[in-house]
Design a protein around this ligand. Structure first.
Ligand code: PRP
Ligand code: URA
Length: 222
């Protein structure tokens, strides 16, 4: 795919594209219009887990003693990181299970946003976050980053709840250049993880080539 056109110097420092061959293979199946909802959900979960590994790469470790069947040795465990996964409803729900398999102790918050079909602006309809959200590493999950309106609204919401930008990570499956630009402009402190940066948005603000409507494909609503 051609280099995405994003008008922000150094934006790539904020964006991690998961270019692992297994991820790219699964993404191709996900894009295929003939992939049904069951398989689609399985793939979204798997890809979310892959992204979860990348998005937690900065977590610190501390040494601990462990007895193997052979001898005692120093090994490493995570150093007290508290995590919240925050799906943007509806489609973000499809990514939650993958993250929870990786981080079972993570708390789950929900942000309900839908895009107005005419204006493409996000409309908020629900929000429930863990009480101590400002103390947590927050992984916002949503398969699609199109105009970026939904993601930016979720980021602003979390910041208003006291979460510093450096504690927020946005995990998407496909990003449009327009969406990346919008998020980096909203807050350059938020890191983005994606399996692909696609070409552009169409006149309905759908990602091209994309995968269609993620929510409808996860929940079989169309
Ligand atoms: C989709 C998607 C994102 C949003 C992306 O949700 O899951 O939340 O669109 O578009 P944006 O970057 O232009 O805001 P949608 O509004 O279709 O709602 P749904 O998940 O309930 O289907
Ligand atoms: N939301 C989707 O589900 N798909 C797109 O291509 C854009 C927004």
């Amino acid at each position: 795919m051609a280099e995405a056109h994003i008008d922000i110097p150094g934006y790539s420092k904020r964006v991690t594209v998961i270019d692992h061959p297994m991820v790219q293979h699964k993404l191709t199946i996900l894009r295929n219009k003939d992939t049904g909802s069951k398989k689609f959900r399985e793939l979204i979960k798997e890809l979310a887990m892959f992204e979860g590994y990348e998005a937690t790469r900065h977590f610190q470790l501390e040494p601990t003693m462990v007895k193997t069947p052979i001898c005692e040795t120093i090994s490493y465990t995570l150093k007290g990181r508290k995590v919240a996964v925050v799906p943007i409803l509806r489609a973000g729900l499809g990514m939650v299970e993958g993250i929870l398999e990786l981080i079972p102790a993570a708390r789950v918050g929900h942000v309900g946003l839908y895009r107005d079909p005419k204006t493409h602006m996000p409309v908020e309809y629900y929000c429930k976050l863990p009480d101590d959200i400002e103390t947590r590493e927050v992984l916002i999950v949503d398969p699609m980053l199109a105009t970026g309106g939904s993601a930016c609204a979720a980021i602003e919401f979390l910041k208003a709840e006291g979460v510093p930008a450096h504690q927020i990570r946005l995990l998407v499956i496909i990003a449009a250049p327009e969406g990346i630009q919008a998020v980096v402009e909203t807050d350059p402190g938020v890191n983005i993880y994606t399996c692909a940066i696609d070409d552009h948005l169409d006149e309905h603000a759908y990602i091209i080539p994309g995968l269609g409507d993620a929510g409808d494909r996860i929940f079989g609503t169309k």
